[in-house]
Design a protein around this ligand. Structure first.
Ligand SMILES: Nc1ncnc2c1ncn2[C@@H]1O[C@H](COP(=O)(O)OP(=O)(O)OP(=O)(O)O)[C@@H](O)[C@H]1O
Ligand SMILES: [Mg+2]
Length: 341
């Protein structure tokens, strides 16, 4: 039997727990609060933290049940410690510490973004380094060179908004409820992506020209909707969505391919919630095939927030032996650059 890890993830609005054995997912439970927050148009931190508190024990029990293992059989307990909403993170960290303490198990403190990168280590994708990883999520957009899963190296990142943030804000302008990603994608399917020309941010900036910028495209959509007026927007919603989605996806694909070319790696991966987007998945696949690159695209459920990816990152993170972890804490932010704990 391989390393059996129970992982907990509560950094934003998903209460998640998973059991992973080596590279194999034995269970992966996600209780989403998205509906709870949609009336507010976004995640309300205090509401998220309180809801994690009422849900987390049941989610952990369910993950153990689904995997058919007891807490005593688990080798290590892993938890997301940063970055995210501090109240939300604290619920996961306190739960994991309590379980590890009671069961006499080591604890692994994991960085959420390390999890998004490590998701493609899991079966059936099971990607081995070296590769370039694109992580595009609600709060982050970055490229890392992964020579070793233990220490991804930052190549470029957004200088303003994250891709997911731009998607959610754009969706809101088009009257799509939170979370905007899936709704924008569905609407875009009925529209023409060449109907509107939105700016593709930062053609080449940052060391190696691998940084991203999404503030401009968001403003361009705002101006376009103002110019069209209410009726115009209602008429052209699908075209606006398709053109906007394409303007967000294009730099992700371009820079990922450029980073792969520059670093000479044989493979690329995508991860984070935006990697659930069908257009991004298809365009990355197409561009990688043209170059003869292997492309690792995890299942959609492993792109959006989940705890299986936290267990994956835990495989490359030092365990803190019982009971030395009692002083460990959650952190709202990660240190600049690094994503491995
Ligand atoms: N099908 C989709 N198309 C485009 N975007 C999507 C899709 N599904 C989800 N998203 C976007 O993914 C983002 C959420 O990703 P994720 O859950 O990884 O973010 P987060 O955990 O809140 O942020 P971070 O990982 O940066 O801490 C949201 O912005 C959402 O709109
Ligand atoms: Mg995330």
């Amino acid at each position: 039997m391989g390393d059996l890890v129970l992982a907990i993830e509560t950094s934003c609005d998903e209460t998640a727990a998973a059991v992973v054995e080596g590279r194999a997912i034995r269970s992966n439970v996600v209780a989403s609060q998205a509906q709870l927050h949609s009336v507010y148009g976004g995640v309300v931190p205090e509401v998220a933290a309180r809801h994690h508190l009422t849900t987390v024990n049941a989610v952990v029990d369910r993950a153990l049940d689904d995997a058919g293992v007891g807490l005593d059989q688990v080798d290590r307990i892993a938890v997301t410690r940063r970055p995210g909403l501090i109240g939300a993170l604290l619920v996961g960290v306190a739960t994991a510490k309590a379980l590890a303490y009671a069961a006499g198990k080591p604890l692994v403190m994991v960085d959420h973004l390390h999890g998004h990168v490590a998701a493609c280590w899991l079966e059936p994708v099971a990607l081995d380094p070296p590769f370039v990883a694109l992580t595009a999520s609600g709060g982050h957009t970055r490229l890392d060179l992964v020579d070793d899963y233990a220490a991804p190296q930052l190549l470029g990142q957004t200088i303003d908004d994250a891709a997911g943030e731009a998607i959610d804000k754009g969706a809101r302008l088009l009257g799509i409820p939170y979370p905007g990603g899936p709704g924008l994608e569905a609407l875009a399917r009925e529209g023409d992506a060449t109907a509107f020309e939105f700016p593709v941010g930062l053609r080449s900036r940052g060391p190696g020209g691998l940084d991203f910028s999404y503030a401009g495209v968001k403003t361009a959509l705002l101006y376009a909707t103002r110019e069209l007026g209410e009726n115009g927007v209602a008429e052209r919603r699908a075209d606006l969505a398709a053109s906007y989605q394409q303007a967000i996806v294009r730099p992700l694909v371009d820079r990922l391919m450029r980073a792969a070319d520059d670093s000479g790696v044989p493979a690329v991966s995508i991860g984070g919630g935006v990697a659930a987007n069908g257009l991004l998945r298809a365009q990355v696949e197409g561009a990688a095939a043209e170059r003869g690159l292997r492309v690792a695209i995890p299942d959609r459920a492993l792109c959006t927030d989940n705890a299986a990816m936290i267990a994956a990152a835990a495989a490359f993170t030092l365990s803190i032996p019982w009971p030395d972890f009692v002083g460990e804490d959650a952190m709202a932010t990660a240190p600049p650059g690094g994503i491995a704990a």
